[in-house]
Design a protein around this ligand. Structure first.
Ligand code: SAM
Ligand code: SF4
Ligand code: SF4
Length: 335
């Protein structure tokens, strides 16, 4: 294991498999910017599955335990099940999960992902109403996403859903989302709108805080707070009398940098030590220049041991000026 300068180990990698997506959520890939003129990465600019596996093998010497496949929309990568199988069965990653917008999942695909070694799926769904979704996420199909949620429960026995809550947009719909899913083995994670990237017009007034979220939930349900799990981004509650759990991810109002053990590998093969980083280590070039893997491992070790990232804590204490800070888009760096 290796620890950074704040005693956080490197045990979790999130991999963005592509910067492309068939959706255009306003908080992630606003459609006026990610339009037909936008230059997405070309195939040879993406890490191949073999390159991803080589890099994960390099990291596994540091006891990497957990990987999440994300994007962009990860299910746009053809034959993703082959990657899943190698990561699980050849490299031996203990906990392998995927975050998806749910638009490309059906029963057969879900079964295939599970059979190849995927442990869990998270699906993003911000509202049950077509009218709200057309504002937040113009190309989404709510019915299809809800069907995918039920399919994942059927195949995996459990699902997490991510709900980005934006003040005045879907913040009045928290109870109806819980009402819909409260009887299932599900964790509904309400996420504060984050200032990732440069294009989503973030401002503090659009953030609906976790405290307000939980106040809203308590208007309809009794909650039992669960102990904090070290390294988790979420604070969790059990809904009393129902199987469902609630989580909040408070990157803005209660940052969890102190226990952040997450590294990121972007779609174009850059290794980042923070979601809000502005530069990283070019894995793709190193691998294509046939750099010795032990040497890459030593360089990653040095980078991690010098890591001091705590962007969200610094934002909260006003140590950084958000406008002056150049950040990578969510779809590149991996949400
Ligand atoms: N396309 C997939 C999906 O939407 O689930 C995976 C990638 S997406 C970037 C991963 C997660 O990041 C989603 O749950 C999405 O809601 C969340 N996300 C994207 N932009 C965000 C933002 N600005 N603030 C908070 N969460 C965000
Ligand atoms: Fe696509 Fe996911 Fe970003 Fe929405 S949040 S635009 S679905 S990558
Ligand atoms: Fe981790 Fe960076 Fe987020 Fe803090 S701001 S929790 S260090 S990714």
């Amino acid at each position: 294991m290796i620890n950074d300068r704040l005693q956080r180990s490197l045990d979790y990698l999130r991999i963005s498999l592509t910067d492309r997506c068939n959706y255009r959520c306003t908080y992630c890939m606003p459609k006026d910017i990610f339009d037909h003129d936008h230059r997405f990465l070309q195939k040879n600019q993406l890490l191949s599955f073999e390159e991803i596996i080589s890099f994960v093998q390099i990291l596994s010497r540091f006891h990497l335990k957990k990987i999440r496949l994300t994007g962009g929309e990860p299910l746009l990568r053809r034959n993703i099940e082959a990657l899943i199988s190698s990561l699980k069965n050849d490299v031996g990653i203990e906990n392998l999960s995927l975050t998806t917008n749910g638009s490309l999942l059906d029963y057969d695909k879900c079964r295939l992902l599970k059979q190849n070694g995927l442990d869990a799926i998270t699906i993003s769904l911000d509202s049950l109403r077509d009218s709200t979704n057309s504002m937040l996420n113009p190309y989404s199909n709510v019915k299809k996403v809800i069907d995918s949620i039920y399919t994942v429960i059927d195949v995996f026995g459990f699902v997490k859903i991510n709900v980005v809550v934006m003040a005045g947009v879907n913040s009045n719909q928290i109870l109806e989302i819980i009402e819909k899913f409260k009887n299932f083995n599900i964790e509904i994670r309400f996420i504060e709108f984050m200032d990732v990237g440069e294009t989503n017009q973030w401002n503090l007034k659009k953030v609906f805080s976790s405290k307000l979220i939980i106040d809203e939930v308590k208007r309809g349900y009794e909650l039992l707070e669960l102990p904090y799990e070290k390294g988790s981004t979420a604070q969790k509650w059990k809904l009393v009398n129902y199987p469902a759990h609630i989580g909040t991810i408070s990157s803005i109002t209660q940052p969890f940098c102190n226990s952040c053990s997450r590294a990121r590998l972007s779609a174009n093969g850059i290794f980042y030590t923070c979601l809000f980083a502005s530069h990283g280590y070019d894995v793709l070039s190193k691998l294509r220049e046939h750099e010795d893997h032990d040497q890459v491992g030593r360089e990653i070790e040095t980078i991690w041991k010098n890591r001091v990232d705590q962007y969200s804590l610094d934002r909260l204490s006003n140590k950084i000026k958000i406008q002056k800070y150049s950040k990578i888009e969510m779809s590149y760096i991996g949400g």
